[in-house]
Design a protein around this ligand. Structure first.
Ligand SMILES: NC(=O)c1ccc[n+]([C@@H]2O[C@H](COP(=O)([O-])OP(=O)(O)OC[C@H]3O[C@@H](n4cnc5c(N)ncnc54)[C@H](OP(=O)(O)O)[C@@H]3O)[C@@H](O)[C@H]2O)c1
Length: 323
């Protein structure tokens, strides 16, 4: 297959292009940067330039995989490129509600962003809806695959959301090896391994399925996720849980970033975000490795600074909790 990856210089796009090369396809990556996998061709394009896709226009592709979040970039690509199939990487943030557990792809979407360029991070979901619309407008549902990804994890995770817990268990902040976690027994997590997602995107490009798909990992409530992280790290010590209200009063952040407990979400009307139905994706060939295997594979990788609690922060919080 003659495959064009629009992107290919960042985490998922790079892994997807590498997966395409491994599967024996003829892969071209198009981006401003040049860091593409061995075996893939690189074409420099600037998708913010209205004529930026000219270097690609003369080629006929079997499939395009696009990771953009900018509606204008996707509109220009869907109208300007010659391809049989279009695979678009979207997000579960396109849904209007994140409350329902087990919702499928027919759930109501946000209104599309009415602009070519998303400037506010809070418009991410609406921008992706506009991108999805642009893809369907040209390729319909038969010649397109819209992959609404949940939280991606695994080696190379630039956000640290999938690396914090196994590293925390592997390198505790304190001699007892105790790890601080939120007391959120029902909080769903569903990490999809970047390599599994990438391999499936390539299979979709080759025609494995069409239409919209939720692509999330196998669901694990937070305590089971932490058990998998502990097992991956070979740590046998206890997790100390703290009440969510207490953590909030201590200025501990949710989900990601500095002074956070990654993956933690307090608002139960967001519990459905990581608990969507993935039946369609699995039926179309999405294969997911065990969570413990993903978490084991991030050990030994680089520490992501500004993700989670520092050692000092965790020790101070544990001391406060014991008072
Ligand atoms: N991380 C998660 O947990 C998560 C969850 C759900 C969905 N997603 C989706 O997963 C995807 C992540 O993809 P990723 O890691 O490969 O990429 P990314 O970090 O979103 O990077 C965007 C890619 O597009 C290229 N690009 C950006 N602006 C460009 C321009 N003006 N002209 C040409 N190329 C341009 C970048 O290359 P250059 O900068 O080199 O040009 C880069 O390769 C995104 O679609 C994201 O929305 C992520």
């Amino acid at each position: 297959m003659k495959l064009l990856v629009l992107g290919g210089t960042a985490w998922l796009g790079w892994t997807t292009a590498a997966s395409g090369v491994t599967a024996g396809h003829d892969v071209t990556c198009a981006a401003r940067g040049t860091n593409v996998p061995d075996g893939a061709r690189h074409v420099r394009v600037d998708r913010d330039d209205p004529d930026g896709l000219v270097p690609l226009a003369d080629t006929r592709w079997d499939a395009v995989i696009d990771v953009s979040r900018q509606p204008g970039q996707v509109r220009r690509a869907t109208r300007g490129l010659r391809t049989d199939r279009y695979v678009f990487v979207s997000t579960c943030n396109v849904y209007a509600s994140q409350a329902e557990i087990g919702a499928d792809e027919s759930a109501t979407l946000l209104d599309p962003l009415d602009a070519d360029v998303m400037t506010e991070p809070g418009d991410y979901g609406r921008a992706k809806v506009a991108c999805e619309d642009a893809v369907r407008e040209v390729f319909g549902t038969d010649r397109s695959a819209i992959v609404r990804s949940g939280l991606i994890g695994g080696p190379g995770d630039p956000t640290g959301r999938s690396t914090y817990w196994p590293r925390r268990f592997a390198e505790p902040s304190n001699p007892e090896g105790v790890v601080l976690a939120p007391d959120a027994p029902g909080l769903p997590t569903a990490l999809i391994d970047v390599r599994d997602l990438a391999a499936w995107l390539v299979r979709l490009a080759a025609g494995a399925g069409s239409g919209a798909f939720n692509a999330q990992g196998v669901p694990h409530p937070l305590p089971a996720h932490l058990d998998a992280a502990r097992a991956a790290a070979g740590n046998r010590s206890e997790t100390v849980t703290a009440a969510e209200d207490w953590l909030a009063t201590q200025g501990v952040n949710e989900w990601s970033g500095p002074r956070s407990l990654p993956l933690w979400l307090r608002d139960q009307t967001w519990y459905g975000m990581n608990a969507r139905s993935t039946e369609r994706a699995v039926a179309a060939g999405l294969e997911r490795r065990p969570l413990e295997s993903t978490l084991a594979d991030v050990l030994g990788g680089p520490v992501v600074s500004g993700a989670g609690l520092t050692d000092e922060e965790e020790r101070a919080l544990l001391a406060q909790l014991r008072q």
